[in-house]
Design a protein around this ligand. Structure first.
Ligand SMILES: NC(=O)c1ccc[n+]([C@@H]2O[C@H](COP(=O)([O-])OP(=O)(O)OC[C@H]3O[C@@H](n4cnc5c(N)ncnc54)[C@H](O)[C@@H]3O)[C@@H](O)[C@H]2O)c1
Length: 257
């Protein structure tokens, strides 16, 4: 029987073909209790229940808008209540996966789009981390993994993703600065920068574009969500104890440095 020691909180984890759902399933498979936080509360709860049943781990799901401080506080309070009641073990890992893209050429972007993309990808990472970090510090152990993107390192390329690339670059600075600040707390903070991953966020591309993207990748193909999830759960493990402030490039070899 699996020994449940810690809870992993995953934002943006209800999208059927998404990275977050695969990450949540992988945490559960590795014996973590899981909390799914996403925009649709009912879907979050249903997804959590399915994962809980399949992997025989405690699992809860709640509504969250990561860009809204009150919504983040409400979700954190709901999780805290389950921890206090003994239904969930203490939160040990936070995977900030929720994100939106901005497939618009720069001069067609609006301030509204810029603000929204920054709010979800960058401010969301800030707000959710700030909400769950005190508990980790109190326990003297924690793993925070932030979702950036190859777009932060080399621009969004074909998608004209200036706001997206900017927000994902903010996530890298956030990760490094917070990792330094938390050095002696037992909490590590790392980021991942996937290249193209086969999920719904990339709907709207064409087969020709997909072929061109694949040609640009030394491994000759996009990543599976499972390949991204494997890195995120590793960064959340005991074994990743000497990694903090790092960025793991999951890009099939298409490095920029
Ligand atoms: N797919 C790729 O090629 C790729 C590459 C690099 C990075 N990423 C990043 O990985 C993450 C997951 O992307 P995906 O491809 O699985 O996309 P996806 O659209 O399938 O999933 C995104 C999830 O985030 C949730 N979400 C959006 N806004 C939210 C908000 N305000 N509050 C809470 N949840 C919110 C959505 O409901 C959805 O479940 C994103 O941060 C994305 O930028 C994706």
């Amino acid at each position: 029987m699996t020994t449940i020691q810690r809870t992993a909180v995953i934002t943006g984890a209800t999208s059927e073909r998404g990275i977050g759902l695969t990450v949540a399933r992988r945490y559960a498979r590795e014996g973590w209790a899981v909390v799914i936080l996403d925009l649709d509360g009912e879907k979050s709860a249903k997804t959590a229940a399915e994962i809980g049943n399949e992997f025989a781990v405690p699992a809860f799901g709640y509504e969250i808008d990561v860009a809204n401080e009150a919504s983040v506080a409400a979700a954190r309070d709901a999780v805290d209540a389950e921890v206090r009641s003994g239904s969930l073990p203490a939160v040990g890992a936070l995977a900030n996966i929720a994100g939106i893209t901005s497939p618009v050429p720069f001069l067609e972007t609006t301030l509204e789009l810029w603000n929204k993309v920054m709010a979800v990808n960058a401010t969301g990472t800030y707000l959710v981390t700030k909400a769950f970090l005190p508990g980790m510090i109190e326990n003297g152990w924690g793993r925070i993994v932030n979702m950036s993107s190859v777009s932060a390192q080399r621009g969004g390329g074909v998608f004209g993703k200036v706001p997206y690339s900017s927000a994902k670059a903010a996530v890298l600075g956030f990760t490094k600065a917070l990792a330094r600040e938390l050095g002696d707390t037992g909490v590590t903070v790392n980021a991942v920068t996937p290249g193209a991953v086969d999920t719904n966020i990339r709907v709207g591309t064409t087969p020709e574009l997909e072929a061109a993207i694949a040609r640009d990748i030394p491994l000759g193909r996009t990543a599976s969500t499972e390949e991204v999830a494997a890195v995120i759960t590793f960064l959340s493990s005991e074994d990743a104890s000497y990694l903090t402030g790092t960025t793991v490039d999951i890009n099939g070899g298409s490095h920029m440095h």
